[in-house]
Design a protein around this ligand. Structure first.
Ligand code: NAD
Length: 304
């Protein structure tokens, strides 16, 4: 193996970035600010234009963004989209990437499909790491994401991840970070739904939701929703956190599928994903995840 294929990938190395949406765009900005040469691709023209405005080099295809890159990052909706870009079509990443290059899938993908993709990449002499993130759009903008890393490539990709995150954890073999991410998001979604339900019951009883929030935040019910979402997005009913309900529902589904594949009883995850799927069917694919609060209000209005 050439030395270039074992050394850490540091600025001004060339990085391909596929997926320039709510998360991919600010992550691209951080990579550019750190001094990487970033070539980006997104299926949406608007996303490509925003990336060019941020100083990145827009490309007409994923293959063009990946050519000559030492690492290619995918920040796509799910593992199915990653597999399509990586394996399907006329110029998939598996053929476009240079030998020894690493695909870093930072999307919240399904762990078992990540393992399968890793086997295909290994056969082609390419490496794969799963490195999903937590923290949302604000932390992506600030470069302070939490990043979970599966596989054995952290030493090589650390400078790339350092440009985007401030807490980096190794979770084990390939796929383990995607498993961790789905389980985290299941716990987070359960907290969101429980919190919105409790606030609406409390409000119906005459409690002030703002006072409830303050009490929860210094009590045992405290969670990410009480601390970071109630006053910003839910109580003012702006519902503009930047994390879609469709993505949250996908993540809980991954956690449920994992429990089922491992034959672990998970009745509460099944209940949570059922609720999220009903809310998504009612509110539509564009809804923000904080709109589960609005869904509960719609249910309450119908019951009257
Ligand atoms: P998004 O929908 O805003 O962006 C996804 C982008 O991928 C879009 O711009 C879309 O045009 C592009 N895309 C889809 N298919 C494509 C293809 N085949 N080729 C090229 N581009 C394609 O989603 P997001 O919020 O940026 O989330 C991306 C990933 O990060 C998801 O897996 C999500 O679960 C995860 N995530 C999101 C957040 C958040 O707060 N938004 C936080 C942590 C993790």
């Amino acid at each position: 193996m050439a030395e270039a294929d074992t050394a850490p990938i540091a600025p001004p190395a060339r990085i391909g970035l596929i997926g320039l949406g709510r998360m991919g765009l600010p992550m691209g900005r951080r990579l550019l600010a750190a001094g990487f040469a970033v070539r980006g691709y997104d299926a949406a023209e608007r996303a490509l234009a925003a990336f060019a405005e941020a100083g990145g080099i827009p490309c007409v295809s994923a293959a063009e963004a990946a050519a000559e890159a030492q690492a290619v990052i995918t920040m796509l909706p799910d593992g199915a989209a990653v597999a399509r870009v990586a394996l399907d079509g006329e110029a998939p990443l598996i053929r476009a990437m240079r030998p020894g290059a690493i695909l870093i899938d930072m999307s919240s993908s399904a762990p078992l499909s990540t393992r399968r993709l890793g086997e295909r990449f290994a056969e082609a002499g390419l490496a794969l790491a799963d490195a999903p993130v937590s923290g949302g759009v604000k932390k992506a903008e600030a470069g302070t994401l939490s990043i979970m890393v599966g596989g054995s490539l952290l030493a090589r990709i650390r400078p790339v991840l350092d440009a985007m995150g401030s807490a980096i954890f190794e979770t084990g073999p390939l796929g383990s970070a995607h498993a961790m991410k789905a389980l985290n998001n299941y716990v987070s979604a359960a907290g969101l739904i429980a919190t919105c339900e409790a606030l609406q019951v409390g409000a119906a009883f005459g409690l002030d939701p703002a006072v409830m929030t303050d009490i929860l935040n210094v009590s045992t019910g405290r969670n990410n929703t009480t601390e970071n979402k109630l006053k910003s997005f839910i109580l003012p009913e702006t519902y503009d956190s930047g994390f879609g309900l469709a993505l949250m529902t996908k993540d809980i589904g991954i956690a449920v599928d994992l429990a089922d594949a491992l034959e672990r009883p998970a009745p509460f995850s099944h209940a949570v994903v059922g609720f999220a799927r009903e809310a998504l069917a009612r509110l539509g694919q564009e809804a923000d995840h904080t709109e589960v609060d609005r869904y509960l209000k719609l249910l309450a209005a119908e019951d009257r």
